[in-house]
Design a protein around this ligand. Structure first.
Ligand SMILES: *Cc1c(COP(=O)(O)O)cnc(C)c1O
Ligand code: SF4
Length: 368
């Protein structure tokens, strides 16, 4: 199965999804041994999409892949949180383009996803997606053209790698003609959840538009398979700089051993862990939320035990579109005169000599 350019229609539909209606009774029974009706109720509000590859990754109901893919009644029971916690709609000067930081924009160029991740921050869009029509595309492009401060364009969606190849190439070609756009980034879940969509043709096309950075969404070591390895290899060999984003999910990956294995294995595919993300406050996702301390504990447990290259930053995306904030576990206990009292990675306290008089200023930075 390959992306065949224009044969798939202009706005993506190039998918071989297994939708609810096409699942065999056997497959349904395998996914939901208990109450199929209940799950169908959830799917009316928050649809699901599980392709053959993801079906193959699921070993049993309740496992880490199943929890990410299969509707759960708790989605309807959660009335906390926001429909759009990051205020993306408010921060959109034109449809599908979010301008939150001074020098970069997030451009939602695709409304197709390899699967509907139950914890998705944009699940508000699943029922009524806002496809990128030619008009919306031109408006976004014009906006970027008129804003010379935009040096970095982050393509997301949905998933840009599910667009027909020619459509994605049009976008990249148009951006590459704008001289102030210096970097193009793509956020995708295709290499982890629909790896066969990463083709030689796609890799060769991307290589014409460097510098291209791709951040791949990986949440669990079981998402690393020979197929996803092959997809990453094609992209890395094409000179694409690969990073990963991982959402910290209760009952899926909220444990140092699991994430340590994931981050290390990502490095073996030339994927550099970039962000570990605290769950957004999205309505219908509260059952995935961990206390913030869990993320900090996991990073503390992994620091110096796995390669520093494998360590992502832990970020919280603040409500109302105030942006991402990096949180790090605190290692400093106190400043005593010209001595910093600090804990090593094994938890043992030690002293680090400061320059004379440095302590007061340093205390402000470290909040001790
Ligand atoms: C996350 C995000 C970015 C990119 O942020 P980086 O920290 O540079 O990776 C840009 N715009 C929006 C709206 C975002 O949510
Ligand atoms: S692939 Fe990304 S945009 Fe699509 S449902 Fe998953 S998290 Fe959301």
């Amino acid at each position: 199965m390959m992306i065949e350019g224009d044969t798939c229609g202009p706005y993506g539909a190039a998918n071989d999804h297994v939708e609810e209606s096409s699942l065999s009774p056997d497959a349904l029974a395998r996914l939901w041994p208990d109450d199929v009706q209940e799950i169908k109720r959830v799917a009316k509000v928050f649809p699901f999409r599980i392709n053959r590859y993801v079906m193959g990754l699921i070993r049993s109901p309740g496992d880490p892949i199943w929890r990410q893919a299969v509707p759960d009644i708790q989605e309807l029971e959660d009335l906390t949180g926001w429909e759009d916690p990051l205020a993306e709609e408010t921060l959109s000067p034109v449809p599908n383009l979010v301008h939150r930081y001074p020098n970069r924009v997030l451009w939602l160029v695709s409304h197709e996803c390899a699967m509907y991740c139950r914890f998705c921050t944009r699940k508000r869009r699943w029922q009524a997606p806002l496809p990128m029509t030619d008009d919306i595309f031109r408006a976004g492009l014009d906006y970027i053209r008129r804003h010379a401060e935009v040096k970095d364009v982050l393509l997301s969606g949905g998933d840009p790698l599910l667009l027909p190849l020619s459509r994605l190439e049009n976008i990249l070609a148009a951006l590459s003609k704008i001289s102030h756009v210096e970097i193009i980034r793509i956020g995708t879940r295709v290499p982890s959840m629909f790896p066969e969509k990463v083709t030689v043709q796609l890799a060769e096309m991307l290589a014409r538009y460097h510098p291209i950075f791709i951040n791949i969404h990986f949440n669990h070591p079981r998402e690393i398979t020979s197929e996803s390895r092959r997809a990453c290899m094609l992209l890395a060999n094409a000179g694409v700089v690969l990073g990963s984003q991982t959402v910290l999910l209760k009952g899926v990956n909220d444990e140092a051993g699991t994430l340590g294995e994931l981050f290390h294995n990502l490095l073996t595919m030339r994927v550099r862990p970039y962000y570990l993300m605290q769950m957004d406050l999205t309505r219908g996702t509260a059952h995935f939320r961990t206390p913030i301390a869990v993320g900090l504990q996991i990073l503390r447990a992994l620091r110096n035990r796995i390669s520093g290259l494998a360590m992502p930053q832990f970020v919280v995306d603040l409500p109302e579109g105030r942006g991402k904030v990096v949180l790090t576990p605190n290692s400093v206990d106190a400043i005593e005169g010209d001595l910093l009292v600090i804990r090593d990675y094994q938890g043992n306290q030690c002293q680090y000599p400061l320059l004379p008089g440095e302590g007061t200023e340093l205390g402000r930075w470290l909040a001790v």
